[in-house]
Ligand binder design. Structure first.
Ligand SMILES: [Zn+2]
Length: 108
């Protein structure tokens, strides 16, 4: 009983996370093909030019803001492949003080 409830919670968290990805993808104007949330080692997310996005399921256990950081970070790479001036100003436009989030994320 307990584990099935936990399982349900994880599914709900995943659905919520994906919703946030879709929301940001619309704002940033990125046509997404698929989103998956699964265990990954050494990475928070990855994307392919074909529009497939993968997120580390560890993000589900972390504060929402940090998840948003990873989502926007990855989505912006569809437009800008580096972390240059344009990417930075877009990060600021969507997330505000993103450098603070970057710092917090680096502690995980
Ligand atoms: Zn990056």
């Amino acid at each position: 009983m307990k584990s099935s409830k936990k399982q349900r919670n994880i599914l709900l968290q995943k659905a919520d996370f994906k919703k946030r990805v879709v929301k940001y993808a619309k704002q940033i104007d990125i046509p997404l093909k698929s989103i998956s949330v699964r265990p990954m080692s050494r990475k928070w997310a990855s994307c392919s030019t074909a529009g497939n996005l993968n997120f580390n399921s560890e993000l589900l256990k972390m504060p929402k803001k940090l998840g948003d950081y990873v989502i926007v970070h990855e989505l912006l790479h569809f437009h800008v492949s580096n972390h240059g001036k344009l990417w930075k100003s877009l990060m600021r436009a969507y997330l505000g003080d993103y450098e603070k989030l970057e710092k917090r994320l680096s502690k995980y």
